[in-house]
Ligand binder design. Structure first.
Ligand code: UDP
Length: 310
């Protein structure tokens, strides 16, 4: 019998890539998604895959997927415009939805991996960010619906590990991009690439000096797959430590797309973190993992997808 995994948020960007990796590793996968931000198109290529099944459902309602060996909890709005639009839903899926997923792992003795985030560090005062840093989060600002939902989900996951004995894992995901990143969900890479391909100006929020560190999706999924099979229960950062200002990111997009789009400035969203870079010492030592694909390589690998979305 192959291992069987439940992937919540399977129709999302990361959930669908994780599903592909699990199937490639011989797993059977049940994907669930309420399609609030995910898209069936991300799973369309699996229509004839006998080891894959899909259910449209909201994990905030308890459900029983049958016996599973792994639960990967990836259900949540994740781009800033989407979690601001779906504020209460984001809080609910991080709390009630995540507890329902933990209860499934407990019932079937499954390993549980929760998709957490670099947003747990908020606007970090420590740079780069090691897992031991507790973060600098505004608990009542607009972004708090996402940040605090993810922080609560980490606490909940640790409690189910400590008090109910579930074999849990927490991955803190840094900015990730690649094919299937929704072209209009407002993230910087998808915005810039779509703008560059359309010949429109690239929208730099603020002065563009804020930084992010961008990981290509297959690198990220490899780290997550390794973490799910590890003995580590505390959070592990997975991300690419090469840091770019948003202006440098715009320059890379112009280069790779060959676009001559101009740059235009727009206002900086409230509480937008000024810098972000993962310290990946833990991932290197515990998982033997590090990213392989540079930003320019990853952008080139993503172009066919974004062109298909024009
Ligand atoms: N950003 C930008 N232009 C855009 C979209 C985003 O300058 O069209 C900036 C945004 O203000 C932030 C960074 O790019 O500083 C990353 O934003 P994103 O929404 O991708 O993710 P975040 O890391 O903020 O969750």
């Amino acid at each position: 019998m192959p291992s069987r995994a439940l992937v919540t948020g399977a129709a999302g960007f990361l959930g669908s890539h994780l599903t592909d990796r699990l199937l490639a590793e011989g797993f059977a996968v049940l994907g669930v998604d309420n399609l609030s931000t995910g898209s069936p198109a991300n799973l369309a290529h699996l229509a004839n895959e006998p080891r894959f099944a899909f259910q449209e459902r909201d994990i905030c309602q308890p459900f029983d997927p049958g016996p599973v060996d792994f639960v990967f909890n990836f259900a949540s709005p994740a781009s800033p415009p989407e979690y601001l639009r779906l504020a209460l839903e984001t809080l609910h899926v991080g709390s009630q939805g995540t507890e329902n997923a933990l209860a499934i792992a407990h019932k079937y003795g499954a390993s549980f991996l929760h998709a957490s985030t670099s947003e747990c560090y908020g606007d970090p005062l420590v740079h780069p960010q090691p897992e031991s840093y507790w973060g600098n989060v505004n608990p009542v600002g607009p972004r708090s619906v996402y940040d605090e939902a993810k922080r609560f989900a980490e606490s909940l996951t640790m409690a189910w590990h400590r008090y109910r004995g579930v074999n849990t894992h927490l991955v803190r995901i840094f900015n990730t991009y690649g094919p299937r990143l929704h072209p209009s969900d407002g993230r910087v890479i998808s915005n810039f690439v779509m703008q560059a391909l359309r010949g429109e100006p690239l929208t730099i929020y603020g002065d563009g000096s804020q930084t992010r560190s961008f990981c290509f999706v297959t690198d990220l999924i490899d780290g997550i797959f390794r973490l799910a099979h590890s003995e580590e229960h505390l959070p592990v950062n997975i991300g690419n430590p090469t840091e770019f200002t948003i202006l440098e990111c715009a320059q890379a997009v112009l280069e790779v797309t060959g676009s001559s789009s101009a740059l235009t400035h727009a206002s900086l969203p409230q509480d937008d973190p000024t810098r972000r870079q993962p310290d990946i010492t833990c991932a290197r030592t515990l998982l033997g993992w590090e990213p392989k694909i540079s930003l320019r390589q990853g952008l080139a690998l993503s172009l066919d997808f974004f062109r298909s979305q024009l």
